[in-house]
Write a protein that binds this ligand. Structure first.
Ligand code: AP5
Length: 217
């Protein structure tokens, strides 16, 4: 059966960093709702324009836009063996929709690694983050610097700072996380799917813990 994993955690916990590593090691696609929105913004599509104002304010994009977008992506052929979801679901309504979508496909969530990190550390991580234009690879000035300043190690593209990584927007994103997304911790715990991961450790240590949960080798 296809294996679907949901990476849960606050903004800056390291979901994207880890998803890129695990996706490569396990051969399943990394589906990031944030990356899909950012691609649409860059290409100035209708979807991107609808999402823009919410993202800039650090608010969630409404469920009716987000759910269809992610489910369309999950319907693509490369998700036949499963996927690693990063940033979706983010509300109980999204989580219930995903459950129904997977049930209809004869599939289900295999587990939900929850990467947790203290709030102060999140702000430090997001203020030093640099992201690659071409494929969303992430770096950090102090914790994970690129080999060459301003250039992605993987594809050589330009690194930029996300507009929603400004301090006041980061604080709003963290607030929104606690109000709207944190209820998913109990939602998945009650279903016996939650695997708690200490995200304050080094990137390599977090990867090792995650690989045990995902168990793809
Ligand atoms: P999204 O892109 O999903 O952002 P996020 O959830 O806020 O998560 P981030 O990408 O900021 O953090 P991350 O956990 O991936 O951390 P990273 O690995 O980069 O969403 C953006 C916006 O899109 C939302 O605000 C919303 O508007 C909209 N949206 C998206 N999905 C939606 C949905 N489902 N519903 C509604 N709206 C939605 O790491 C951060 C930094 O720390 C990096 O610099 C990294 O190098 C460094 N780092 C990582 N791990 C470590 C470590 N262990 N030690 C030290 N440094 C580390």
């Amino acid at each position: 059966m296809a294996k679907f994993f949901v990476l849960l955690g606050p903004p800056g916990a390291g979901k994207g960093t880890q998803a890129q590593i695990i996706s490569k090691k396990c051969g399943i696609p990394h589906i990031s709702s944030g990356n899909i929105f950012r691609e649409n913004l860059q290409n100035e599509t209708e979807l991107g324009l609808k999402a823009k104002s919410f993202m800039e304010k650090g608010e969630l994009v409404p469920d009716d836009i987000t759910i269809g977008m992610v489910e369309d992506r999950l319907d693509q052929k490369d998700c036949g063996n499963g996927a690693l979801l990063d940033g979706f679901p983010r509300t109980p309504f999204q989580a219930k929709s995903l459950e129904m979508f997977l049930t209809e496909k004869g599939s289900k969530i295999a587990s939900v690694p929850f990467i947790d990190v203290e709030e102060e550390e999140l702000i430090e991580r997001l203020s030093g983050r640099w992201t690659c234009r071409a494929d969303g690879h992430v770096f950090h000035l102090k914790y994970n610097p690129p080999k060459e300043a301003g250039k992605c190690d993987f594809d050589g593209s330009e690194l930029y700072q996300r507009t929603d990584d400004k301090r006041e927007t980061v604080e709003q994103r963290i607030k929104v996380y606690f109000d709207q997304t944190a209820p998913l911790i109990d939602f998945y715990r009650e279903r016996g799917l939650l695997a708690e991961i200490d995200g304050s450790k080094s990137i390599d240590d977090v990867t090792s813990e995650l690989l045990e949960v995902v168990n793809c080798q």
